[in-house]
Design a protein around this ligand. Structure first.
Ligand code: TXA
Ligand code: MG
Length: 341
């Protein structure tokens, strides 16, 4: 579990409230017990609170409150056809929202709390906002492992819808400062829990049918899921089962070029492994030692750091397509895809 403070940038730790920074109306506060209690109160009052999870920062709102959910979609500029993940402390709370059979109960007990989201049939008496589920008869549930997220969910006493706390289609936030940059004028409070340790969004697994289908790769890997469940299906059909998995997503403003074998003029490089290609304007190492866990944790923050002049593009070294590498490559392919309107 992640403990606040260790990775928190010193500059952020000093800033207790950004009320006086132009354009920023959110308070940014450390996760002390009074702050958690205050955040829970804001959530129960239908306000939005950004908070750290072990994957990325989430933009939280009461999942039983249509008004709060409408605010989340508006703040992110998110298409309303794209349903939200509902966060709970654990299995007991999840069972009030979705239909669990023995297989699903055991899977949840095995993988929760942790970065695995399960898509399950929604209970008729769940009380969840229909908007949160985009009108689907399923719900995506997740029990995050981060101590701050756990404390907040328990204090709120309600299911909390929380998409990644970025503008729709952009890079997910792994630090409180990223949330402030993107949504500082749209949230009541940002709880600063330092850098999120995993750095990529949760794995999304559809257990509403058989066999299970992997809707979004993440740090619970296909290899681990196959070992536990047996064969896992890829999502099929013309209509994406997970509408958030649009081709273009996680996109920086600059063009992104994958599997770079040589430098192009003006480009910066995100390198993986000990050897960096020559000729780039700047190089940031996702992982010098070729460690996929380290690369995942660095990916979004480094994309943000290079996404600005004087660079004219970002190139990325090849990343192996195994384990966590699948999730990294999935995000990179979407970030490099042609942009949608
Ligand atoms: O790690 C995470 O999952 C983060 C943190 C904050 O928990 N949250 C996150 O949420 O990434 P978001 O909204 O950015 O991504 C949710 C994904 C989308 O791809 C969405 O389409 C899918 O989950 N999803 C949500 N409900 C679904 C459902 N009922 N059926 C299929 N896919 C669903
Ligand atoms: Mg997202």
């Amino acid at each position: 579990m992640f403990v606040w403070g260790r990775n928190t940038p010193a500059a952020l730790r000093k800033v207790r409230c950004l009320d006086k920074v132009p354009g920023v109306t959110a308070a940014i506060l450390p996760p002390t017990p009074p702050v958690i209690a205050h955040a829970a109160k804001l959530l129960r009052a239908g306000r939005l609170v950004a908070f750290p999870t072990e994957t990325v920062y989430g933009l939280g709102g009461d999942a039983t409150c249509e008004h709060a959910i409408a605010e989340i979609f508006a703040a992110k500029g998110r298409p309303r056809v794209n349903p939200l993940i509902v966060h709970v402390p654990g299995l007991a709370e999840a069972q009030a929202l979705a239909v669990f059979d023995d297989r699903v109960r055991q899977a949840a007990a095995t993988f929760w709390p942790g970065p695995l989201t399960l898509v399950l049939p929604r209970r008729g008496d769940s009380g969840l906002s229909l908007l949160a589920n985009a009108g689907l008869d399923t719900v995506a549930l997740r029990a995050p492992a981060h101590t701050v997220a756990q404390a907040l969910l328990r204090a709120a006493g309600r299911p909390i819808a929380a998409p990644s706390a970025n503008r729709s289609g952009r890079v997910s936030p792994t630090e409180a400062a990223h949330v402030v940059e993107e949504l500082g004028d749209r949230v009541a409070l940002v709880i600063d829990g330092g850098r999120t340790p995993v750095g990529l969004e949760s794995t999304v697994l559809d257990l509403s049918g058989d066999p299970p289908a992997l809707l979004r790769p993440g740090s619970v890997t296909l290899e681990e899921l196959t070992e536990y469940f047996g064969p896992i299906a890829a999502p099929t059909g013309a209509v994406p089962k997970s509408p958030g998995m649009l081709a273009s997503h996680y996109a920086p403003a600059l063009p992104l070029r994958l599997e770079a074998a040589a430098a192009c003029p003006g480009e910066a490089l995100l390198a993986f492994g000990p050897d960096a290609l020559p000729g780039f304007e700047a190089v940031l190492w996702l992982s010098r030692s070729g460690n996929l866990t380290e690369a995942a944790a660095n990916l979004f923050a480094m994309l943000r750091r290079l996404d600005r002049p004087p660079f004219t593009g970002i190139a990325v070294s090849p990343i192996p397509e195994r384990g966590l590498g699948r999730a990294i490559n999935d995000r990179l392919r979407r970030a490099a895809a042609p942009r949608q309107g």
